[in-house]
Write a protein that binds this ligand. Structure first.
Ligand SMILES: *Cc1c(COP(=O)(O)O)cnc(C)c1O
Length: 427
């Protein structure tokens, strides 16, 4: 399967005709539990000696189809789907962390992630150190004996900055730590982090993978390449796991250790499960992923170029513009394009941003990205509101910038809407 091209895999991977009925589209298996063949079958399933379905908090055929498809598109060994992108972040860290351990993360992240990593994970006894990932020495210096993961976004919120994944993976590798890459804004069509050295790739499937703003979901893809036993730092995977009758996941399951732990312990005990309806919408969305991403990127290039030439506008952060300091990384890290998410600065300042947002008609003013529709938000007063002004500036959510997620409409209509709203905002 993985030898096929992307456009073929996005339609076929993980979804052979339904074995029970021959249904060509993957059915929504709307069931909580699955009948065991007999007592031995039930025992084999619970022992992970046989792969099958027990209870939909753990696994479900519709959700499994999605897991297999995303794993194929990312080039991973396995994947675990869950209820949201934020759930995916907790689920990714859960097997790696213990009280007292930390994660080193980029300052340029989705605002909700900065919040989750700054405050909420402290309740588990975990902590996060934020560093500018363009400064590799600072990144290396932030790693200590308690660090268990390195975390960044491939195309980072809100400015659409491109992370130098091969360089960051090099630092993680030297420290013997897994690199977790949030690939939400890029999608595997634009960027395949595992090819650049990532250990785990996570997604908010809420965004481009579903692609139409219908359901929330998340997924964690494991490369299957990290040696969880080498350093002794990941006992949940390398040592007898007390939460699963002493099973040594890495020894027993090899490259599928992380995936099985995520299902057998993570979903079982944290319960952040994706529902089969949600998986169905996301499977439908992925069928057109490359087609949509091509249009998102083509529109973003047109709109960013137009904005950059307009004298009502200051800085435009789109990495697909030759003026961007990240332009050279596009070909290396995301060869199919720099995405469709970026910010621009208004010379009319904070008040101008508010006026612009209230004057846009085609753009929807929402806290979301990766919809088929063009979206706009003023990050500093919304998604990045709970952050300090210093954190906002470090993330690129300055008070006088707005963030856009360019949709798949006709680019001329997107530009016309911006033009009329800018006239009002700058008057
Ligand atoms: C939206 C988003 C998340 C959180 O995902 P939810 O599905 O909303 O929980 C995490 N990371 C990035 C980059 C996002 O855009």
């Amino acid at each position: 399967m993985t030898d096929q091209h992307f456009d073929t895999m996005q339609v076929h991977a993980g979804t052979p005709p339904d074995p029970a009925t021959g249904a060509r589209q993957t059915p929504i298996y709307q069931t909580t539990a699955f009948v065991f063949r007999d007592a031995d079958h039930a025992a084999a399933l619970f022992n992970l000696q046989e792969v099958g379905y027990i209870y939909s908090r753990l696994t479900n055929p519709t959700v499994a189809a999605l897991q297999n498809r995303v794993a194929a598109l990312e080039g991973g060994a396995g994947a675990v789907a869950c209820s949201s992108g934020h759930a995916a972040q907790i689920m990714a860290l859960f097997p790696l962390m213990e009280p007292g351990r930390n994660v080193v993360a980029s300052t340029r992240l989705y605002g909700g992630t900065v919040q989750q990593f700054t405050n909420t994970i402290r309740k588990f006894g975990w902590s996060c150190k934020f560093v500018d990932f363009d400064d590799l020495d600072a990144l290396a210096a932030a790693i200590d004996d308690d660090t268990r993961a390195i975390f960044c976004e491939s195309i980072a919120n809100p400015g659409g900055y491109i992370t130098d994944l091969p360089a960051v993976a090099g630092v993680a590798d030297k420290a013997g730590l897994p690199l977790i890459v949030d690939n939400t804004s890029a999608t595997p069509y634009l960027c395949r982090p595992i090819e650049h050295g990532a250990t785990l790739v996570i997604h908010s499937t809420t965004k481009y993978l579903t692609g139409n703003g219908t359901v929330t979901g998340g997924v964690i893809v494991d490369s299957g390449k990290f040696d969880w036993s080498a350093s002794g730092k990941f006992p949940s995977l390398s040592e007898p796991e007390p939460a699963y009758h002493g099973l040594k996941f890495h020894e027993a399951l090899g490259p599928m250790a992380f995936t099985f732990h995520g299902i057998a312990v993570g979903l079982r005990d944290l319960g952040m499960t994706m529902n089969p309806q949600g998986a169905h919408y996301t499977l439908l969305g992925i069928e057109t992923l490359s087609l949509r991403m091509e249009r998102h990127v083509a529109n973003a290039i047109k709109v960013a170029n137009w904005l950059e030439k307009d004298d009502r506008i200051g800085r435009v952060t789109y990495a697909g513009l030759p003026s961007s300091p990240y332009y050279d990384r596009v070909a290396k890290v995301c060869p199919n394009g720099a995405g469709a998410l970026f910010t621009f600065q208004l010379k009319a300042g904070y008040e101008g941003c508010k006026k612009l947002i209230d004057s846009l008609e085609l753009f929807s003013h929402v806290a979301n990205l990766g919809d088929a529709r063009s979206l706009v938000i003023h990050s500093a007063s919304t998604t990045h509101r709970q952050l300090t002004e210093e954190q906002q500036r470090a993330a690129g959510a300055d008070p006088d910038v707005v963030r856009v997620s360019i949709g798949i409409e006709d680019a001329d209509d997107i530009i016309a809407d911006l033009d009329q709203a800018l006239a009002k905002a700058s008057a």
